[in-house]
Structures are given as structure tokens and as C-alpha cells.
Design a protein around this ligand. Structure first.
Ligand SMILES: [Zn+2]
Length: 231
């Protein structure tokens, strides 16, 4: 059995609503990480996501690389997004029970890593439950103690661009890779994953319905999607 929790980054986008409708069809609840400036500009897709059962988390206001920021600047980025998320939950009429956070690019802040983890702990952020993750490197790298939400498998579908030379075939190559350089093999028996996908209109333009293609593939392979829980 292979189990997974789905996370989707960089909402709002034009394809957010279609992604949510698809997930509802399949009975999958995702944690969708929102960029503050995007939901400020275009809150409706994120409101739709909340009203249709998704959990929306903080992905900073303007998506900077946190290792290039001072701690105070990092805190400001997170707080500005928090304000937008509070507004969003209020307009959706949905109670905000969980406050997960994901660093843009998974960049935990370099020299400020410890200070930022402390900031997240002190400011009521919630850790996605990860005690089910079986990979030794998860603990070896201390990821079991971090508050922010990293991932065990990145589809990397955002790398599909007109001139990147990276195609949907390469994404399937990653899905089927039995020994990836980073992360865990997606389809290894008894796997338990936090999956990373993106809501990018640029990807949608090149591979319409990419999220459907990828998740349908996983469902066909017998991957079971679990409800996200928090510690
Ligand atoms: Zn992002």
C-alpha cells in the first residue's frame, strides 16, 4: 500500500477552481499553500477552495527565497500572508482551524533556520502530521522536528516550460524512478508521502489538466490519499 497527502502550492491561479472541483470528484482533501499577494489580488478561487473542503496555508506574501531575508523581513512576509488568510477564511465563512506554513522553494532560511522555526512555533503555526513518514532521511535531516511543511516527493511539473526541455515524460520518469537523487521513490511499496504539486496557469497552458493526468495515474497505481492532519 502506498499512502499520500497532497499539497498544492502557489494559489490563487486561474486553474485553482478546476483543480478543487477535480479533487472533490475524487474525494481528495489537499493542503493548498497560498501566496499572500495572489489571494489579495484574486481571492475568489481560494474562497472557493475553502468552501469546498480544502485547507489553505501560508506560503508567504511575495514568495521570496527566505535565506536572502533578515529574520524581521521573513516575519513580515509571513504576517502579511496571515492577514490575507484571516480575511479569506472570514469571507468564505469557514473556521480557520489549522495554520500550516510552507517556505517558498522549501528554502528554510539558511543561517536563520532555527530562528524561523522558533518564530513558527511561537506564533501558532501547525505542523502537518508526519509521524507516518517511514524514510530514515526524514528524521536524519531533522524534518520530523520542523514546523514548516516540506515534502517527500516533488512532481516538478512546474519545470515544464516551452524551452526548458523538461516535459510531461520527465515528470513520469520521476514518478517511476525507483531511486531518486532527492526525496523518496513514489511508487515503492509501503511508501507514505507528502506530495508537492503546483497550481500554475503556465503549466496548464502547455499540458491542459496536468493535475488530473498525474493524480489519475497515482490513483490507478493504487495510491491512497489521506486526510491531512496536524500535530
Ligand atoms: Zn511556491
Amino acid at each position: 500500500m502506498i499512502r499520500a497527502i497532497l499539497t498544492i502550492d502557489d494559489i490563487s491561479s486561474e486553474n485553482t477552481i478546476d483543480i478543487v472541483k477535480y479533487l472533490n470528484e475524487k474525494g481528495i482533501t489537499a493542503v493548498m499553500f497560498a501566496e499572500g499577494q495572489r489571494i489579495e489580488r484574486d481571492p475568489d478561487p481560494a474562497v472557493f477552495a475553502l468552501q469546498h473542503g480544502m485547507i489553505v496555508g501560508n506560503h508567504s506574501y511575495s514568495h521570496p527565497a527566505f535565506s536572502s531575508l533578515k529574520v524581521e523581513e521573513a516575519a513580515r512576509e509571513i504576517e502579511r500572508c496571515e492577514r490575507q488568510l484571516d480575511l479569506l477564511y472570514r469571507s468564505a465563512g469557514v473556521e480557520r482551524r489549522f495554520r500550516p506554513f510552507r517556505f517558498p522553494y522549501g528554502d528554510k532560511g539558511g543561517a536563520n533556520k532555527a530562528a524561523l522555526q522558533e518564530y513558527l512555533a511561537d506564533n501558532g503555526f501547525h505542523k502537518l502530521k508526519d509521524t507516518q513518514i517511514p524514510y530514515p532521511w526524514w528524521k536524519e535531516q531533522g524534518l520530523d522536528r520542523d514546523i514548516d511543511t516540506l515534502w517527500t516527493f516533488d512532481f516538478a511539473e512546474y519545470r515544464i516550460r516551452r524551452d526548458s526541455g523538461f516535459t510531461l515524460e520527465d515528470v513520469f520518469g520521476r514518478i517511476n524512478d525507483p531511486a531518486p537523487e532527492s526525496g523518496a521513490a513514489l511508487l515503492a511499496e509501503n511508501g507514505n508521502h507528502i506530495l508537492l504539486l503546483h497550481a500554475h496557469d503556465e503549466t496548464e497552458a502547455l499540458v491542459p489538466g496536468y493535475y488530473r493526468i498525474l493524480i489519475d495515474t497515482l490513483l490507478q497505481k493504487g495510491v491512497v490519499f489521506d486526510m491531512p492532519e496536524f500535530l
